[in-house]
Design a protein around this ligand. Structure first.
Ligand code: CDT
Length: 315
């Protein structure tokens, strides 16, 4: 019997800074219901799907800053999502900023099943951007000011009749992300993102944002024989234009569905998880072909050490 997961990538358009949680949740509920009508088992929302992408601003006031973080999940504003998931029998994956009781600030992705129960929580591992205010930028990317680095790494969780992994935005650019989960047999990786089209450190990359987006997720899918679901918060949000083009990638690396707008839009694909075996048992048969004994640098070293040089103390 084949294992098919019908997945919906629920792309979001911009969320305004003053948009209330309950208004945003109404948009999410609309997409969840659309997913249910389309036969989805799982609807995937983007990174930081409850608020605007606030790392574009340098906020010093604690109250102003804390407004963007959730201190409970579900909370009063988000409970309707969990209730509706249970009523519809459709799971969801939700990205949001979390402030923990001991002051931890996490960029998280939560996986909830069709009974409304939480299956797993992921903390973003690779925190991009900068930690200090940089006045010369047209807008900030202060994720390293607002978030702690996730310490738990990448996991493939038994869910939706398969093995499901999660990653957030910048994580998708690193091959280690997929391989860590590939080594656990992952069959579907869910990835939410907020990707501004302007990259201040090297604007020559601006025109390549879409190419790089597909490049990394197609490669990650193919090289690990897994489905990948990439979900954007796109469009022009508070004056900053962000990449949309949410897409669902097969284990072959092919794109099987792609969003055509930059706003709220659901794309759907029937994902046969058994298709993963075509790649996992042939070209990417890890057990047969991988050579971990010659990959020592991958985990033994952080930065580049050129031949003849000695390691930097912080490497
Ligand atoms: N949200 C997120 O991780 N965005 C980054 C932007 C580039 S780094 C400033 C990304 O990798 O898409």
């Amino acid at each position: 019997m084949t294992r098919v997961v019908t997945v919906g990538a629920a792309q979001l358009g911009p969320i305004a800074r003053d948009e209330s949680r309950s208004t945003v949740v109404q948009r999410l509920l609309q997409l969840l219901r659309e997913g249910a009508s389309a036969g989805c088992d799982l609807v995937v929302f983007p990174e930081m799907a409850l608020t605007t992408f606030f790392p574009r601003w340098y906020l010093e006031d604690e109250d102003e800053k804390n407004w963007f973080y959730e201190t409970e999940m579900p909370g009063p504003d988000t409970q309707p999502l969990f209730d509706e998931a249970r009523r519809l029998g459709v799971g969801f994956c939700l990205g949001y900023a979390e402030l923990t009781a001991d002051g931890g600030r996490n960029n998280v992705y939560l996986l909830v099943d069709g009974t409304g129960a939480t299956v797993a929580k992921f903390h973003k591992v690779h925190i991009p951007g900068h930690g200090d205010y940089e006045p010369d930028r047209p807008f900030q990317h202060l994720e390293r000011y607002y978030f702690d680095e996730g310490q738990e790494g990448f996991t493939a969780w038994p869910a939706f009749d398969g093995l499901v992994g999660m990653a957030l935005c910048n994580d998708r650019r690193w091959p280690e992300t997929y391989r860590e989960m590939g080594l656990q047999g992952v069959e579907m990786v869910l990835i939410g993102y907020n990707t501004p089209l302007h990259y201040a450190p090297d604007p020559t990359q601006n025109a390549l944002a879409s190419f790089h987006n597909h490049l990394v997720m197609q490669a990650g899918a193919y090289q690990n024989g897994t489905w990948v679901v990439g979900v954007a918060k796109g469009g022009t949000e508070e004056g900053v234009e962000s990449l949309a083009q949410s897409a669902i990638y097969a284990p072959s690396g092919q794109i099987v569905a792609q969003a055509v707008t930059t706003g709220d839009e659901l794309i759907v694909a029937r994902c046969d998880l058994d298709l993963c075996q075509n790649y996992k048992e042939t070209l990417f048969n890890f057990n047969l072909y991988r050579r971990p004994e010659v990959y020592g640098r991958i985990t033994g070293q952080k930065g580049v050490i050129r031949p003849g040089a000695t390691a930097r103390l912080d490497d």
